[in-house]
Design a protein around this ligand. Structure first.
Ligand code: NAP
Ligand code: ZN
Length: 349
């Protein structure tokens, strides 16, 4: 065990503050990583504030981790000291169930171990602690290789925002010429726009923030719609093959379902809580589908990172010191980030 510096919350009503935490000794299959950058996901805030219930304190958030390998266990074969690596939302799973065998560790039938606030079999069931910290010890199966050509800090958000938007686009086979909507230009949404554009789709951004329109186009949107503009929304009825919905709270569904073509799908990744009641007719008419998606498996995360390396895709970030985290949380919840905060972990060392 080693004691390291971290930042976390001791209660849902408390601000984040410096805390000391322990990391396990490096086991035979483990990689120890000196964390250089960690992204700030809206899920970190939901967990700190116990929005989804089930948070165990202290919560040390952070699942968009980038760093360099400083130590490897005796059986580690894929990584060596000095390698640039990442850790996303998953740090363990059973490896034997149907889901794990299909590279869907996020749906592990025995329960995946998430990077923070998850029961940790390596420490007597105490919860896992995330990347708002100086170092982490992770089984090599859950470590990702980061393409060295990418900007290190701007790569961090790919580990969650990246794969969460990549995975549904890949699963529903979005392709050249498809008409795709991305709803919500935040951390996830801006990656969704970049990926859908890179896959050759015609991308329409739907936002509540008209002032983000110019940025949306720079990021790869071909058109921008303001959701409150009912006239514009009506013009696009029945015209989309796929909708990626990143709205972080419960919301009205009917206006968006109306945009889908026959047999088309809207995938929710943001709103975990109850949605506003919607009309069955909105999906019955047109045999439409509403689906959900949770991050992505390890294999898929590596595929996404390799795609980003080839296409030079990273996140648009605002780099902050660890000490600025509480202000950053306020700014994310008041919809004021372009488009992901990333913590420079030098500030904690
Ligand atoms: P974010 O950076 O805060 O972005 C969310 C965006 O949604 C905002 O920028 C805003 O964009 C729009 N929005 C916010 N409130 C809204 C409202 N009341 N109605 C309509 N639009 C609204 O958050 P994020 O990090 O991208 O995360 C988005 C959600 O996905 C969070 O709930 C997060 O916990 C969840 N998440 C899920 C997964 C998964 O695996 N499924 C993974 C990571 C995160 P505009 O200004 O453009 O409207
Ligand atoms: Zn996340």
């Amino acid at each position: 065990m080693t004691t390291i510096k971290a930042y976390g919350a001791t209660a849902s009503t408390e601000e984040l503050k410096p805390l000391d935490i322990q990391r396990r000794a490096v086991g035979a299959a483990d990689v120890k990583i000196d964390i250089t950058y960690c992204g700030v996901c809206h899920s970190d805030i939901h967990t700190v504030r116990n929005d989804w219930k089930g948070s165990t304190y202290p919560v040390i958030p952070g699942h968009e981790i980038i760093g360099r390998v400083t130590e490897v266990g005796a059986n580690v074969s894929h990584y060596k000291v000095g390698d640039l690596v990442g850790v996303g939302c998953l740090v363990d799973s059973c490896q034997t169930c149907n889901s794990c065998e299909q590279d869907l560790e996020q749906f592990c039938e025995k329960g995946a171990t998430f990077t923070y606030n998850s029961s940790d079999k390596h420490s007597d069931g105490k919860q896992t602690y995330g990347g708002y910290s100086t170092a982490v010890v992770v089984d090599e199966k859950f470590v990702l290789r980061i393409p060295e050509n990418l900007d290190e800090a701007a790569t961090a958000p790919l580990l969650c925002a990246g794969v969460t938007t990549w995975s549904p686009l890949a699963h529903w086979k979005v392709k050249k010429g498809d008409k795709v909507v991305v709803i919500g230009l935040g951390g996830l949404g801006h990656m969704g726009v970049k990926f859908a554009n890179a896959l050759g789709a015609h991308v329409v951004m739907i936002t509540t923030s008209p002032e983000k329109g110019k940025d949306a186009k720079r990021l790869g949107a071909h058109e921008v719609l303001v959701s409150k503009d009912q006239g514009e929304m009506k013009k696009h009825q029945g015209s989309f093959d796929f909708i990626l919905n990143t709205i972080p709270v419960g919301h009205e569904m009917d206006p968006y379902l109306g945009l889908l073509k026959i047999d088309a799908t809207m995938v929710l990744v943001g709103a975990v809580e109850p949605l506003k009641p919607f009309n069955g007719g909105s999906i019955i008419m047109g045999r439409k589908r509403i689906a959900g998606s949770l991050i992505g498996g390890i294999k898929e995360t590596q595929e996404m990172l390799d795609f980003c390396g080839e296409h030079n895709i990273t996140s648009d970030i605002e780099l902050i010191d660890m000490q600025d985290i509480n202000t950053a949380y306020e700014r994310v919840t008041s919809n004021d980030v372009k488009y992901r905060f990333v913590i420079d972990m030098k500030s904690l060392k």
